[in-house]
Design a protein. Structure first.
Length: 295
C-alpha cells in the first residue's frame, strides 16, 4: 500500500503549477502517489500536466469538465489507495520535509490526523497577520483526544484541509466527502472530520506555503453572493450535524461553528429565534465598533 495519496485539483494555475509539483517531487519522503484532477483548465495547465504525466509514473491524471474544487477532490478520494490522504491546492506549495515529519508522527502514535501550520505570502507585498499559526494555542507533539481537541478550537480554529495529513480509513469508514457546488466546503468537511477522529497531534511547523492571489477562486468570490449562499447552506448543515451528534462536545462545537458562520451571513434559520437575536446583536455591535474606529 502507498503511504500517502496526494489529491491535487488543478484549474487554471499554469503560472504556479510547476512550483507546486516540484515541491512534491522533491519531498524527503517519497512513498506517495499524486492524483491530479484537471478540472477543465483552459490556460495551459493541461499542457504542463501532460508533460509531468509522461515523466512521473506515480502521477495519475484525471480530467473532467469544470465542476469545482469539491467535485475534483471527491474524484481524487475515489481513486486514492494511500494509507493517508493529503489535499494540496495547486497554486501553493510544500516545504520539502512535510511528509517525512508528518508520517513519523502519524505512524508512531497511530493518529487519525496530523495538523500543522501554514505561511501565507503574496507576490504583491506583505500579508499581515498569519491566521494559520496555532502555536499560541496547541501544544506541539501532544496527543490530543476529541474533547480536549475541540475545546482548543474555540481559541484558534482553521478549516482548510491542506493543514492536515489524514488517515484514509477515517474518511472512508465514515463516508466523508466534499459537498459539491459550494465555496467554503472545508467549513463543513473539517468539523465532520473532527467529529469522527479520536487521536490527533499538532506539529508546530509552517509546512504549507499559502499563496494569496486575486484571481483565485476565493479571491474572485470573496464576499460575493456565491460565498454568502454557500455559507448559508453550511449553517443549515452544521445545525443538522449538531442534532445528529451523540457526544456533547461535538454537538457544542457544531453549534459554535454554525453561529460563527451565521454571524458572517445572518442567515435567518434554523437557529432558534432567541439565539438569532443574540447573534444579530453581536454582529451589530461589531459593525458599530468598526465604524467608530474609522471616525
Amino acid at each position: 500500500m502507498t503511504s500517502i495519496s496526494v489529491i491535487l485539483p488543478v484549474y487554471n494555475v499554469a503560472n504556479y503549477l510547476e512550483q507546486c509539483l516540484n515541491s512534491l517531487l522533491s519531498q524527503t519522503f517519497q512513498d506517495f502517489e499524486i492524483i491530479v484532477v484537471d478540472d477543465g483548465s483552459t490556460d495551459g495547465s493541461s499542457d504542463i500536466l501532460a508533460v509531468y504525466n509522461q515523466m512521473i509514473p506515480k502521477l495519475h491524471l484525471y480530467t473532467q469538465e469544470n465542476a469545482g474544487l469539491s467535485a475534483a477532490r471527491n474524484i481524487g478520494l475515489q481513486q486514492a489507495t494511500g494509507k493517508y490522504i493529503y489535499f494540496l491546492d495547486s497554486d501553493d506549495y510544500l516545504e520539502l520535509d512535510t511528509f517525512e515529519k508528518c508520517m513519523q508522527l502519524a505512524e508512531s502514535y497511530q493518529l487519525d490526523f496530523v495538523k500543522f501550520d501554514a505561511q501565507p505570502f503574496s507576490e504583491t507585498g506583505q500579508v499581515g497577520w498569519n491566521r494559520y499559526d496555532s502555536k499560541a494555542v496547541l501544544e506541539p507533539r501532544r496527543l490530543y483526544q476529541l474533547d480536549e481537541w475541540l475545546e482548543k478550537q474555540y481559541q484558534h480554529y482553521n478549516s482548510p484541509v491542506w493543514l492536515f495529513l489524514i488517515r484514509h480509513s477515517v474518511i472512508r469508514e465514515n463516508g466523508l466527502a466534499f459537498q459539491e457546488g459550494l465555496l467554503h466546503e472545508d467549513e463543513l468537511f473539517t468539523p465532520q472530520l473532527f467529529a469522527v477522529s479520536k487521536r490527533m497531534m499538532y506539529l508546530d511547523k509552517a509546512f504549507f506555503n499559502r499563496r494569496y492571489r486575486r484571481d483565485s477562486i476565493m479571491g474572485q468570490a470573496g464576499q460575493g453572493n456565491a460565498s454568502r449562499r454557500s455559507k448559508q447552506w453550511i449553517v443549515l448543515e452544521l445545525h443538522e450535524e449538531a442534532k445528529r451528534a451523540t457526544e456533547k462536545s461535538v454537538r457544542r462545537f457544531m453549534l459554535h461553528r454554525r453561529d460563527v458562520l451565521y454571524m458572517e451571513t445572518q442567515c435567518g434559520h434554523p437557529i432558534p429565534l432567541k439565539r438569532r437575536w443574540l447573534l444579530d446583536l453581536r454582529v451589530y455591535l461589531r459593525q458599530l465598533k468598526q465604524r467608530l474606529r474609522r471616525m
